[in-house]
Design a protein around this ligand. Structure first.
Ligand code: PAF
Length: 276
């Protein structure tokens, strides 16, 4: 596996490639969720590349940029074992050099759900993903369904800007007890870790109700809320039933509707979702 830190080296590598390229953008501290994206990229393209960049512009000043978990050597070993062809791990000055001032904003999809508590987050995400697309010029790019809003927003950006890149959404990977894999799970104390699967149970409870014929979105939201309330260590931020493409809140839940929630365990905020 090639490891490059500069855009110049990356372009040189890209220039010599023949055939499709699959890109997996990440912020590192890789887990099975990321590795499943790499597997998809390798299965669908003769070349697969991963970027590891903890993107400062998607963190608000009071968020966890400095403490975000990092372990580049471990990530390198995992990617080599998977057969990834290239890792791009630039320093911040390579991505945001002196004078950088362009921002990409997906106006409406940035506002609801995560955008309420993190109003600048998706501008940072869209800007860095657009940059990575420009740098790599991939054929396909792979994102986890766990960040459903991010995936919807990147799909919209690719459509709006006519990017010749196929955006591939990949299923959520869960721990055996149902907790969706996330680098932020590393922040959880043992007691919080034991409580965290309630997010998944809340989604399952709403889905069970829906399968039994309950189509009222308010009933499904109430069920998610009540299930979360059974865990004293978990404080619900939002529980929603939304259109998976526009993220608009729904009154009734058709097949394909997105159940999504976010909850705090002390300062750690976790998200999860399920498509009906
Ligand atoms: O999902 C992530 O890890 C990040 O938001 C992404 C897409 C790599 C952009 O920094």
């Amino acid at each position: 596996m090639e490891i490059v830190k500069t855009i110049r080296e990356l372009r040189e590598w890209r220039g010599n490639l023949r055939g499709d390229l699959g890109l997996v953008p990440t912020m590192g501290f890789l887990h099975e969720g990321h590795l499943s994206l790499v597997r998809h990229a390798l299965a669908q393209n003769p070349h697969a590349a991963v970027s590891i960049f903890v993107n400062p512009t998607q963190f608000a000043p009071d968020e966890d940029l400095d403490s975000y978990p990092r372990d580049l050597q471990r990530d390198v070993d995992l990617l080599k074992a998977k057969g990834c062809h290239l890792l791009f791990a630039p320093p911040p000055s390579e991505v945001y050099p002196e004078g950088f001032q362009t921002r990409v904003e997906v106006a409406e999809l940035s506002k609801p759900l995560e955008g309420v508590r993190r109003p600048t987050h998706f501008q940072g995400v869209a800007t860095v993903v657009m940059k990575l697309f420009g740098i790599f010029q991939p054929t396909r790019a792979y994102f986890g369904q766990k960040d459903a809003q991010q995936l919807a927003l990147i799909r919209r950006m690719a459509r709006d800007l006519n990017l010749p890149i196929q955006i591939v959404g990949c299923p959520i990977i869960r721990e055996p007890d149902g907790l969706a894999m996330s680098s932020r799970n590393a922040y959880l104390t043992p007691a919080q870790r034991a409580a965290a699967p309630v997010l998944h149970r809340a989604l399952l409870a709403a889905r069970t109700l829906w399968l039994q014929g309950e189509k009222s979105a308010e009933s499904l939201r109430r069920t998610m809320r009540q299930t979360i309330e059974t865990e004293p260590l978990v404080r619900l931020d939002y529980a929603t039933v939304a259109d998976p493409e526009t993220l608009a809140e729904l009154g009734t839940a058709p097949q394909g509707a997105l159940l999504a929630l976010a909850a705090f365990l002390d300062k750690t905020r976790l998200i999860d979702n399920m498509v009906l």
